[in-house]
Design a protein around this ligand. Structure first.
Ligand SMILES: [Zn+2]
Ligand SMILES: [Zn+2]
Length: 192
């Protein structure tokens, strides 16, 4: 169950047209057409800022609707339509963000002892990550030196190096992602 979850890293999210002051978070990076969540956020400032922004747009719309009957109807109507579009976009962005940050926080759950780890246990490079639990289990995405594709792995400290490969399925249960080979793993894509 964890393999496809880890393989989604980094989590992509579509970008609203105007990011404004929501830029430059250490856990959220800007790509050409989208944004990527590269680590679990440690606080929720971002969500609050987004909520404030959405409230502000809603108030602006209300304000314009109140003035609608007085002057410059055409201008107001256009402005309200534009504001509604911005509102929609920001609300969609917030909803997506909540779902995706929840998903990346799940990466902190230890697949072996089921502890919820602190975000500080998470380390990452551009497209790989790993988490190490206090139970010594380790999991994440590694890259294969042969095919260069990232593959998910779980290191279970309870498995002895001497265990025969055929026993591994029993020890990992359904969580075997990549078969260990000494300190390394067999890549789940190319088998190397
Ligand atoms: Zn653990
Ligand atoms: Zn490979």
């Amino acid at each position: 169950m964890w393999g496809p979850v880890y393989s989604e890293y980094p989590l992509e999210i579509s970008k609203p047209l105007d990011l404004g002051n929501l830029k430059s978070m250490d856990w959220l990076i800007e790509k050409e057409g989208s944004l990527e969540i590269i680590k679990p956020p440690t606080h929720s400032d971002f969500e609050h800022e987004l909520d404030r922004r959405i409230e502000k747009i809603k108030n602006e719309i209300k304000n314009d609707e109140n003035k609608l009957s007085k002057t410059d109807k055409k201008y107001r109507k256009k402005k309200i339509a534009d504001l509604n579009k911005t509102l929609n976009e920001n609300e969609k962005f917030r909803d997506q963000l909540i779902v995706k940050t929840e998903s990346i926080r799940r990466f902190l759950w230890c697949p072996i002892c089921h502890k919820k780890n602190n975000a500080r246990k998470f380390s990452n490079t551009e497209n790989l990550f790993r988490v190490k639990c206090s139970c010594n289990a380790e999991w994440g995405l590694r890259d294969c030196s042969s095919c260069e594709r990232p593959y998910p792995f779980i290191h279970n400290p309870n498995i002895l190096q001497s265990d025969h490969l055929f026993n591994i399925d029993n020890s990992f249960g359904c969580d075997v992602l990549a078969f260990p080979n000494g300190e390394e793993y067999y890549c789940s894509h190319c088998g190397d």
